[in-house]
Write a protein that binds this ligand. Sequence first.
Ligand code: ADP
Ligand code: MG
Length: 489
Amino acid sequence: MPEYEAVIGLEVHVQLKTASKMFTDAPAGFGQPPNSLTNAVVMGLPGTLPVLNQGAIEQAIKFGLIFDSEIPELFQWDRKNYFYPDSPKNYQLTQKDAPVCIGGEVEIELAGASRNLAGEHKVIHLDHAHLEEDVGKLTHFATDSLVDYNRAGTPLLEIVTKPDLHSAEEAVALLQSIRMHLTSAGVSDCDMEKGQMRCDANVSVRPVGQEELNPRAEMKNLNSITGVKNAISYEIRRQARVYEKGGTVAQETRRWDADAGRTTSMRSKEEAHDYRYFPDPDLLPVHFPRHRIEELKAELPENVFDLQRRYESEYGLPYTLTSVICYDHELARYFEAAMVVYDKNPKALANYVANELQRERSQAEGDGYLPMEQVRLSPRNLAGLVRLIDEGKLTKQLAKEVIVDMFQGGDPAEAVMEARGIKPVQQDSGQLEEWCRAAVAGNAVAAQQVRDGNDKAINSFIGPVMKASRGTANPQAVREMLQKIISEG
Ligand code: ADP
Ligand code: MG
């Protein structure tokens, strides 16, 4: 029995972040009353003409720049002709032969063995990415259907990969990488729940060692990460079983039924000529100015994985922190803003961002994480808190309480300390010496151990001193004071 290998190519649709639609100034948006984001152009009324949205083209070009696609000198528009009630014009404007981005590479990270470990990185090749317009949304009832054209005409980028993926996990990792990079660059919000990112998965299976590709099944409109993962896994197993039994797999479109957990045949796959593509007579081919490409390049943030590698090598941050901060562009921005204010202790700052800040956000009222724009603890004030700790004016223990108030009220650390009656730690106070002497006197055995060269024994005094100080003492100062007292004998 031969071993089988899965071959997967994805077609990922992402809605580009623009104020208006692809070919008209009707607003683009989500969650508005049905059919409120339309106009005569969206509705395809006679006599209307399309006007190209430059912002959408620039977003598509940014996509190409992020993933190293070639941006051709010229691209053009084609009509894809078909009737379906979600598309009022009876054709969709798309790019068949001259897309905006050709080729490209997406770096992906597979899930590691645990959340704390980096996974393997791979490069997935892109075939191309083309612009098109989204269609409306149909809602079906028992005997009738409703249509909402709010989504119709929204700029959509279809990203087509080479058949480079070999497991459901790799497909998921590709979607996650695209999402991280596009949200970071502000190209798309890629929220699958809002339909801003959707995916068709093409799956075939072949015996290991076979060069040519076998017929594939295409599963349309997978609209969640779990859906993508389960549909692909199911389909790989189904096809392998067909071959094991000596059967053949048909080239077809299949529907993923999430409730039943299986795919079912929908129709034999349509061919390009079925759509009677032809160049759109209303839209001229686009010559995009080269100098503008350079300007767009300059606007792009650092590639997510490059940023992560830099944080790890330059700041010595561990994967547990970089995978939280770098994979979420809002946290990365926040961290960078705090570093501008205080760059002496990146590790501590990163820790506060990835752990304390995230915990406070998750415990705030409402579902999930408090949106970053509502967070009152500013990067500047967080940097100030870390500085106070580093300067020995605030202990880490008390900082845990202080940060809660800072998060609630948005005040700087000093103001919170004053309001809570927390005095900045006095490192040279006689009080500290008193606590230390008491602790040493209380454990002569450990004191002797320290004198005999057992450095660790000193730790047994730190707890009692911290307790006596009710957490206000600076551990470093305590350690130094203890050393002095013990060595004096
Ligand atoms: P279509 O024009 O039918 O959409 P394409 O040639 O553009 O077909 O390919 C669509 C997607 O299917 C691409 O992501 C491609 O990598 C993938 N693909 C093509 N052939 C296969 C195959 N035999 N097995 C798996 N994926 C495939
Ligand atoms: Mg296709």
